[in-house]
Design a protein around this ligand. Sequence first.
Ligand SMILES: [Fe+2]
Ligand SMILES: [Fe+2]
Length: 126
Amino acid sequence: MTDVAEIERQHSELVNMFSNLNDAVKKNESREIIYKIIDDVISFTRAHFADEEQLMITSGYTEIESHKTMHRELIDEALHLKGKFDYVDEHAFRDWLNHWPLGRVLAHIKYADTHFEEYIAQKGIK
Ligand SMILES: [Fe+2]
Ligand SMILES: [Fe+2]
């Protein structure tokens, strides 16, 4: 069962995954390795979003719809960019990674998710 503690655990796992991705880019790892990390990040993020949305339903969070839209946009954007990777040269590939939109997931955690966690805390849901 998903609770706030589990959501927070997933957030720290995501932060770790992003830092691994950054390290791999800095170390100039092969595309194969970087693709694998990105695939893992995307699937973990999808599962995390689903868990978080479930907790929003059970806690009666009123801003669930706009929050779900943000989740969908983040995933769509990541998939769109990933779909273009095979068609760009090495320079553009590295450059794109430095602006990898999943980094925006971190901003999402910091603002939108914190708003939700405050709601949960206010309602006294454990
Ligand atoms: Fe989240
Ligand atoms: Fe979220």
